[in-house]
Design a protein around this ligand. Structure first.
Ligand code: SAH
Ligand code: SF4
Ligand code: F3S
Length: 452
């Protein structure tokens, strides 16, 4: 070999939110100089990383069953005379219950929390020496970002970019403040550099990520403070034509950010703004810090600034103490807002969170029934929103080839998946598409102007 490290195979499985997707990419970046190349096959991987999510009990339990399977793959590989397979657990389960993971599944070689990915090379070396600490779960987002390599291989026309991490809101149901630590914002110039590098590699759309992305408090100088200032700065980067951000908290949706939606064509008209419940009693018990009416007023303001904005939301059904009337209030709020898409979850009791100890825990059957009713309403709204696009011409950013030959897949400004027939060279371009068909999850259309 000519000086390059021997190629090793890295398999990463990602659970949970977009921030984990970003983190997985960055772990691959950290490991690339050690000779690790990403594979989508776990059976012959030299290093398997499970990037885990702790948000609900189901998500956490999945990790343990997956670890059982990976352990079997490792044994099969060893019996076949293959090399050693190192097993790592990363992400929010690693942070929340690292010791327990090692105890419950001794095959795990190392555990690394979300703030410690830059320590991966050292942790792997220690695991191979079978000496030293194999668990890293400290809370210093700053060190992580400083230590990450400046280059990224986005491998597509859209990319995630973490700008803020952690949460100080302490909603009573949620583990995130415990797994991701306190709110922390990356400096503006670091983000701008990363965004420019992405644009240079052909990225046309970035989604800015944060557990509370609109609590971003970096200073963009003349462009302004906070997320609005950052977006204004990023909008000037040549080639970067679309900017999105997620997830926002209603309490941090300030005037400047709302104004940015009115002013900046680069800021896409789609906003994920979770409310969780439409009942003031439940919102209070959740410690969300606002009423249903305040949320509705906020949406009115946002729609005044950007009338075509598509709203999306998260809901929890069956929070402790939720009566039928509270649940009805949630349905009413959904009817009043009219969402383009939404996610709904049955309340999951998370150890260590205040809500887990609250009286009035709701029976599983009641949660099931409420979830089904809420989902039916959400589906209906999503179909209606998609159907309303038929006959319109939407600018579509084509991202990749579609399932059928000659077909391309892209996204509308409202984050809808759109497919249309067109030549491959349109991938990475924003093209007008006349929408002809709508389903629950996607739109179909034809190119409005014949491609050159
Ligand atoms: N920071 C974001 C959301 C993070 S978690 C926000 O504040 O909106 C993503 C979603 O998971 C939440 O919006 C909530 O709807 C859901 N969730 C969080 N904890 C949960 C729990 N214990 N049970 C059920 N759903 C939960
Ligand atoms: Fe969790 Fe609430 Fe923080 Fe969102 S704002 S991450 S739901 S504690
Ligand atoms: Fe899950 Fe952690 Fe994201 S708990 S939702 S992976 S912040």
């Amino acid at each position: 070999m000519t000086g390059t490290a021997q190629q090793k195979r890295l398999f990463i499985k990602t659970y949970g939110c977009q921030m984990n997707v970003y983190d997985s990419e960055r772990m691959a970046d950290v490991l690339a100089p050690l000779g690790y190349g990403v594979t989508d096959q776990p059976d012959d991987a030299d290093l398997v990383v499970l990037n885990t999510c702790h948000i609900r009990e189901r998500a956490t339990e999945k990790v343990y069953s997956e670890l059982g399977k990976i352990k079997e793959l490792r044994e099969a590989r060893q019996e076949a005379g293959g090399g050693r397979m190192t097993i790592a657990v990363a992400g929010c389960v690693a942070q929340a219950e690292g010791e327990e993971i090692m105890r419950r599944q001794p095959a795990v070689d190392l555990v690394v929390g979300p703030q410690a990915y830059h320590q991966l090379p050292e942790l792997i070396a220690r695991a191979h020496r079978a000496r030293g600490e194999r668990l890293a779960a400290d809370f210093a987002a700053e060190d992580k970002f400083d230590a990450l390599p400046a280059t990224r291989n986005p491998g597509g026309v859209t990319a995630f970019l973490t700008v803020q991490e952690g949460c100080d809101k302490f909603c009573t149901f949620c583990v995130v403040p415990y797994t991701r630590g306190a709110e922390w914002s990356r400096p503006v110039d670091k983000i701008v550099d990363e965004a420019k590098a992405l644009a240079d590699k052909g990225v046309r759309e970035v989604t800015l990520l944060g557990q509370n992305v609109n609590a971003y408090d970096g200073d963009g100088g003349p462009d302004g403070k906070g997320l609005a200032g950052l977006v204004r700065k990023l909008a000037k980067i040549p080639g970067l034509d679309r900017i999105r951000y997620t997830t926002s908290h209603p309490r941090d949706m300030d005037e400047a950010l709302i104004a940015a939606h009115a002013e900046l064509p680069e800021l896409m008209p789609y906003l994920h703004l979770p409310v969780q419940s439409g009942s003031d009693k439940i919102l209070k018990a959740m410690n969300r810090g606002h009423t249903a009416e305040a949320y509705l007023k906020l949406i009115e303001k946002i729609r005044a600034a950007r009338p075509d904005i598509a709203m999306s939301c998260d809901f929890i059904v069956g929070f402790p103490g939720e009566r039928d009337s509270d649940f009805e209030a949630t349905l009413n709020l959904v009817r009043e807002v009219g969402y383009a898409s939404s996610f709904s979850f049955k309340y999951s009791r998370r150890p260590g969170t205040p809500a887990a100890a609250m009286p009035g825990q709701i029976a599983e059957e009641v949660k099931d029934e409420r979830l089904a009713r809420l989902n039916a309403l959400i589906d209906e709204q999503q179909r209606a929103f998609n159907a309303a696009q038929v006959g319109k011409v939407l600018p579509v950013l084509f991202e990749k080839k579609g399932r059928h030959p000659g077909q391309l897949n892209g996204r509308s400004p409202y984050l809808q998946a759109v497919h249309a027939e067109g030549p491959d060279h349109l991938i990475g371009q924003i093209v007008p598409v006349r929408i002809e068909a709508a389903a629950k999850m996607s739109l179909g259309g034809v190119l409005e102007t014949a491609p050159a």
